[in-house]
Design a protein around this ligand. Sequence first.
Ligand SMILES: [Zn+2]
Length: 429
Amino acid sequence: MASALHNQALTDRVLAKRDALISLTQDLIRIPTLNPPGENYRDICDYLDRRLANYGFATQLIRAHGTPGDSDRFPRWNIVARCDGPHTGDCVHFNSHIDVVEVGNGWTHDPFGGVLIDGRIYGRGACDMKGGLAASIIAVEAFLEEHPDFHGAIEISGTADEESGGYGGVAYLAGKGFFDPSRVQHVIIPEPLGHDRICLGHRGGWWAEIETFGEIAHGSMPFLGDCAVRHMGAVLDKFETDLFPAMAKRHTDMPVIPDGARHSTMNINSIHGGQAEQTDDSTGLPAHCVPDRCRIVIDRRFLIEEPLDVVRNEVTSLLDALKTNRPNFDYALRELNAVLPSMTDKNAPVVRTVSAAIADVLGRAPDYVASPGTYDQKHIDRIGRLKNCIAYGPGILELAHKPDEYIEVDDMLDSAQVMALSLAKVLLH
Ligand SMILES: [Zn+2]
C-alpha cells in the first residue's frame, strides 16, 4: 500500500495536468463519433492509439465485423490498450464508449467545438462520456509517471456502439475473451454518475413488439370488418387496469436513481395502426378503411428481483386472456431484445478500492447507486463473466443526451484523482 506521502504526490501530479486534461477532452469532442450511423470510430481509435503508445501501451484496433450497423462505410472500430508493469499482479481496466448520440435541437454552443467557458467544456459527449474517458487517461498517465515500478497491468479501452446496445463494442470484445477474469480483474466504466457516486449496476430491459389483427373493410361499414386498433385499445386497457398498478407496487433493493425508477416500469415506445401517416407536405385526404393491423413496441424495465420469464409471462398471460374472452382477438408478439439486470456486490474489491479512494479525495463516503437504464456492464457481466465491475466517472447524468451538454473541469480532476489513487491501491504492493 502506498504511503500517504506517495498518494499526495500522485494526486498533485493529476492536478498539475489540468491543461492537458482540458485539451484532451476538447480533442475527443472535436471528433464527431455520432451513433447512428457510427461515424469516425476509426479516427478516434487512431487518436487514442497515438496518445497511449507514447506511454508504452501495446494497442489493438479491433473491428467488430458483422455486428449490427457494421459496414465498410461505417466500420465498428474499437481500441484495447494494455500496459504491463514490471511485476505480476492484477489488471485494472477502464472502459469508455467512444460513440455519442445525435445532436438534437436547442444548442447555444457548437456541439463539436469543445469550447471552454467558466470551467465547463461544452459539446455532444462532453459528459457522456468523453470527459470520463479523458479523466481516466490523465489518471493513468499520472500514475505511470509517478509509479513506473508497479505490479500488474492497466488497460484502457474505447468501444463502439454503447448508445445502440454495445453489440459492436463491449459485447463483441467480451465474446473474444477481452473481459475474461483470467486477464482482467477490475473494471471501471467512467460513465457520468458523478465524482462522489459508485454505480453498482443497472435494471434489466425487455423490448417487444405486439401486433393485433383485424379485417379491412369500408370505413362507412366498420361492422363488415374488424378493427385492429380497437383490439389494441383492449390491450392498452388491460395494461392500465392490471399491469401498470401491479408494476408500481414492486420495489427493488437495488439503489436505483432516480426514486421513480426503483420500481418496475414500462414505456409504450410507439403505436401504429391503419394507413401510414402522411408526410407534412401532403394535402391528400385519407381513404376510408378499417385498419387490419396495429402494432405497439413496449419497453419494459425490470428489477433484479424479477426473473425475465415472469416479466414475459405477465404480458403474454394478459394477451392470452383477451384471446379467450374477446371475440376475434388475436395477437403476435415478437421479442426485440432482452437484457438482464446486473448488480455488483457492495463488498466487491473494485467497490471497496474506489470507495476508499473517494474518501481520500473528497473526505467522505460515496453514495452507492444503480442505473435505471442499462450500460455496457451487462456484457462484461454476462458474456465476460466478470463480476468485479462498476461505473464511476465525472459528470451530471441528467445532462446526458441534452442540448448544451457539458463537463466541469474540476469534476473531471476529482474523478481523475480517485482513479489514480484506485490504481495505487491495487497495483502498488
Ligand atoms: Zn454513456
